[in-house]
Design a protein around this ligand. Structure first.
Ligand code: ATP
Length: 433
């Protein structure tokens, strides 16, 4: 039975994988005697998934996955397909990254579990959220925050380089995401324009954590080549091991160069020439790039990782000085930190929790469901529902607002860069030798 894992109390659906039962469950005998039920939206959905012919058919043909209704195609990756979907109860749009288990070799499986584990610990306005993981015998589905504004690579290829102000706003958000990741010892290792997504309102969302890794501290050496060659730091070609943060920072330098010029700093017809070009750190910043931005690029793109700017130097550079960040970083879910002593006002997080509890209750999620699920297991539909509502509440409080540049002037003239169009960068993974 396709929806069998989503059974709720008082509903005769067997074969439970994820039980949504609570302590008010009744046995089949008692069920016979029950008066007609007024079902909550959650109960109605789970009953439909077990008994409604149309819903079951949709589950079988892939028009539904768990609690999500699948809609149009978004795109393809090496191992994945990404589709647009929405939550059947909340109607929120999500991106469904679909992976065929048969196509995943041992290495791809390892990378996928890293992707899931990194994303589970990340909660930042500029990082794509993972709401839920749905598993079937043949497929794995990552339910992700939907970023409907396309990616930075396509934007530049279609519209040309970004204006100085838009570059500042975009780069500042990527920088904020990277600072947050590095603070919790996660290294992205595949930062590139293709992995910088936008929401419809232009908020940056760093995506694709397939090559990410968590180190016990940021001074731990790594030895796997990850990422896309045009964004790879010289030490990845030169040394047997490398430190994580400077490699992400180098990629940010390449990204910044690309944003403000519409071209890549290191270009060559062959891999060997590209490698040489990067190792010699041979690039030229066009003279029309504003001085403060030139200085930032040159501070980042330095061959020796120890001489490269650190994240905090980048945040404090002249070029980013006019940027005002509107948000406070969102605390991790789901436990509330203790309130400050003597404070009688509910904290912002307590208010958010209260709001979500109310919404969950309206949908039919009981306190007991929440107790059973702990809201930490990404493979639970209750966690998915909780995370979607949490994010919605945070967005209402402005967590997805854009930074502003004081005295911002938009650059309406954008060159088309036909030559660059279509040259998406493919990422690679191998052990350095
Ligand atoms: P590869 O796996 O080879 O690195 P990729 O990163 O492009 O390729 P995916 O992450 O599967 O592969 O993404 C495929 C397509 O879906 C891309 O065009 C990407 O921009 C889009 N996409 C991925 N995640 C989202 C999302 N959360 N919201 C909107 N679009 C997304």
């Amino acid at each position: 039975m396709p929806g069998g894992q989503y059974q709720v109390a008082s509903i005769k659906c067997h074969h439970s994988l994820y039980s949504l039962t609570d302590s008010s469950d009744v046995g089949p005998e008692e069920e016979e005697a029950d008066p007609p039920l007024r079902l909550t939206p959650l109960q109605k959905l789970t009953v439909d998934m077990c008994k409604d012919e149309k819903t079951i058919k949709e589950l079988i043909i892939g028009r539904r996955v768990g609690f999500y209704k699948v809609r149009g195609e978004i795109g393809y990756g090496t191992f994945s397909r990404v589709k647009l979907a929405f939550h059947a109860l909340t109607r929120d749009k999500v991106a469904l990254k679909i992976l065929d288990r048969m196509r995943l070799d041992a290495q791809a499986q390892r990378l996928l579990s890293r992707e899931i584990s990194s994303m589970e610990s990340l909660q930042h306005p500029n990082v794509v959220r993972l709401y839920e993981v749905v598993e079937t015998p043949s497929r794995l589905y990552l339910v992700l925050e939907y970023a409907g504004g396309g990616d930075l690579h396509n934007r530049i290829c279609n519209e040309g380089k970004l204006s100085d102000s838009i570059s500042k706003i975009t780069f500042a958000q990527v920088l904020s995401a990277i600072k947050y990741m590095h603070n919790i010892n996660i290294i992205h290792r595949d930062l590139k324009a293709e992995n910088v997504l936008f929401t419809i309102s232009g908020c940056v969302k760093v995506a694709d954590f397939g090559f990410s890794t968590r180190v016990s501290n940021c001074n731990n050496a790594l030895d796997t080549f990850c990422g896309s060659p045009p964004y790879a730091a010289p030490e990845l070609f030169r040394d047997d091991c490398y430190l994580g943060p400077p490699v992400d920072i180098w990629a940010m330098g390449v990204l910044l160069f690309f944003m403000v010029t519409g071209t890549m700093p290191f270009r060559a017809e062959t891999m060997g020439k590209l490698r040489r070009c990067i190792m010699e750190c041979s690039y030229t910043v066009p003279p029309w790039v504003p001085g403060p931005c030139q200085r930032l690029i040159k501070g980042i793109l330095k061959a020796a990782p120890s001489e490269r700017y650190a994240v905090d130097q980048m945040l404090g550079c002249d070029w980013l000085l006019p940027v005002e960040f509107p948000w406070v970083l969102v605390p991790p879910e789901p436990a509330s930190p203790p309130q400050s002593p003597g404070s009688s006002e509910p904290s912002d997080q307590e208010e958010v929790e209260e709001e979500i509890r109310g919404s969950l209750e309206e949908l039919g999620v009981t306190v007991e469901h929440l107790r059973n699920n702990q809201l930490k297991d990404s493979r639970s539909p209750v966690t998915g529902l909780y995370r979607i509502l949490l994010h919605r509440a945070q967005k209402r409080r402005g967590c997805d607002c854009l930074p502003v540049v004081r005295g911002m002037v938009r650059d309406p003239k954008r060159e088309g860069l036909r030559a660059y169009r279509g040259l998406r960068h493919t990422s690679k993974f191998c052990v350095l030798s």
